[in-house]
Design a protein around this ligand. Structure first.
Ligand SMILES: [Fe+2]
Ligand SMILES: [Fe+2]
Length: 301
């Protein structure tokens, strides 16, 4: 009986999200004017959100270099967004593989994959348009990412999806209505925020459903996987290679950023909403705590 109720609520949510997806979606190929000129002097990333903001290295940068660094940092975040989305698509495809395709659940999972395909193309075009190289994650982390499909399932899988989606969501919401930000960045952010709201609803419900079924050691395993993956998500956002764009040795920039209280606070701010949810769901704890602390997502907790 309980399982039947769970399945029917899952189907209802998927049905609603399918309808919403059909009513409102963007095609970045058409909806973004990729040929529009970039606006001189506008920011790509709010200055206080730069990983070096407030450090000695930051003080030495000229106003132009600060804009340039922000551009490379946002391109790094966008191309890491592609990495997250490709991993997420693989996990969702695994769900579809095992599911009955006539269910609304499987059909919504396919729709979400279609959304992510468009997003990843949009992020790639964005990075190319602003003249940045493909940053993405550092090589070893990219290799390690291949394991995710094997080790993550259930609530930790949906929890990982949520951490990546909600961190980007917070950053993008802050930028999408800020007149100081490049119009192209704002448009990319607006499209992503609008479509991700559905994904967040879908994943949050799956976490709650999955947690009800977890017992003993399996819960501990799920807590650990989610903490490790979340740590890698926060660490990957800014590829150290971005610092070379303003003449800073990548290693020096990376060390300064990781020890920068402003950057740590920025990560905590990005994760604030999702950490509250994951904590209530019972996914933050156990052997994962060491990783959570190092991720900067916990703040003073
Ligand atoms: Fe996305
Ligand atoms: Fe998404």
């Amino acid at each position: 009986m309980t399982r039947a109720v769970t399945e029917s609520s899952r189907e209802k949510t998927a049905e609603r999200l399918l309808r919403s997806s059909a009513g409102k979606f963007y095609d970045p190929e058409i909806d973004i004017d990729w040929d529009a000129p970039l606006v001189e002097g506008k920011l790509y990333l709010r200055e206080e959100r730069s990983s070096l903001y407030g450090t000695e290295l930051w003080e030495r940068l000229t106003p132009e270099q600060r804009i340039e660094l922000g551009k490379h940092e946002i391109a790094s975040i966008a191309t890491n967004g592609i990495w997250f989305e490709v991993l997420l698509m693989r996990m969702l495809l695994k769900q579809v593989y095992d599911a009955d395709p006539t269910t609304r659940f499987a059909q919504y999972a396919l729709t979400e994959i279609a959304d992510e395909c468009r997003h990843s193309t949009m992020f790639a075009r964005f990075s190319e348009r602003v003249g940045c190289p493909h940053y993405g994650p550092v090589v070893w982390r990219k290799r390690l990412g291949k394991l995710l499909n094997v080790i993550a399932y259930g609530p930790a899988m949906y929890g990982s999806i949520l951490v990546a989606e909600e961190i980007l969501d917070r950053l993008q919401r802050e930028q999408m209505n800020d007149p100081e930000i490049q119009p192209l960045v704002r448009m990319v952010n607006r499209i992503h925020v609008l479509e991700e709201a559905r994904h967040v609803t879908f994943a949050r419900e799956e976490v709650v459903r999955g947690m009800r079924r977890l017992r003993g050691p399996e819960k501990v395993y799920q807590q650990w996987v989610l903490a490790v993956v979340s740590h890698e998500i926060t660490r990957s956002l800014v590829n150290p290679a971005v610092y070379a764009s303003v003449g800073i040795r990548p290693r020096d920039g990376y060390v300064a950023a990781m020890n920068n209280p402003h950057w740590q606070e920025t990560i905590r701010f990005y994760g604030e909403r999702i950490m509250g949810f994951l904590g209530e769901a019972g996914l933050v704890g156990g052997p994962g705590m060491r990783w959570w602390r190092r991720s900067f997502l916990l703040g003073d907790r």
